[in-house]
Write a protein that binds this ligand. Sequence first.
Ligand code: PPE
Length: 314
Amino acid sequence: MAFKGEGKIWMNGEFVEWKDAKIHVLSHVIHYGSSVFEGIRAYKTSKGTAVFRLGAHVRRLHKSAKIYRMEYPYSDEEIFEACLETIRVNNLKECYIRPVAYRGYNSLGVDPSPCPIDVAIAVWEWGKYLGPEALENGVEVCVSSWARIAPNTLPAMAKCGANYMNSQLIKLEAIARGCVEGIALDSSGNVSEGSGENVFIVRDGRLITPPFDASILPGITRNTVMTLAKEMGIKVIEANIPREALYIADEVFFTGSAAEITPISMIDKIAIGNGARGPITERLQKRFFEYLSGDVPDTYNWLDFVYSEEKVEA
Ligand code: PPE
């Protein structure tokens, strides 16, 4: 979805006009992928606009930066508040939030130490990530010929810009093959994740999802689904999933801040279950969106209200 190009972007503590939020072409990040970022959603709940699990996202940004020795000069509290303020300044009711920390402009060469560490936060309205009907009808995907980044090459636990070159190979190949998304295997051949989503399979009424050592991003939606599933009495196992287990699963779905909970109907032209959204996926989606509606108690303190008058109401 193309940007509208309106509104304000937070850059190093100042709000700048969308069109002025620029960096130099010789910034370190452009040449070497040296950025870490987050993707977060704010929802219009019955009690006002609330960001979903903002604290967890802000902490993960910090950890991604720490892995790359890229400590930016803002506390988690400051980034948290800056995210809320960026939504307020843009007066949005529902949006996607993209904080990014990157090595900026000073000099080139692999050693990033001379370059400043800049931070920006942008917000925009972003519809359904994998298509308007994806949540109901499911999406067709293929197993990628590209493996996910191997351990001791690029750290998968860091949400780093460079990791998304691997993601782009997976995504572009999937599109070239007529699929909406690709699922990558890890370097030992087990299921890892999608280009921008974690993967779950349903087998005999239980959920199985790949563990951290399968080169996955520790997804916050993944954690949300695990929490909600336990609450609903659905057993969740973190275990390696061989490729063929995808084809014979009862249900398969993606999770992600952008993708939310998206059912997978077909993998490599093999129908999953009966080729439509499965019953457990549907129950989890229902619970997830019920939580986001604000109509049920915020048991886990996952909602942070953006506008103060709404906070009072809540
Ligand atoms: N794996 C990858 C590789 C990934 O990029 C994401 C999020 C996830 C798993 C799920 O993580 P979480 O959002 O914490 O549940 N992908 C983000 C970026 C998507 C994009 O196209 O940009 C997102 O969903 O915001």
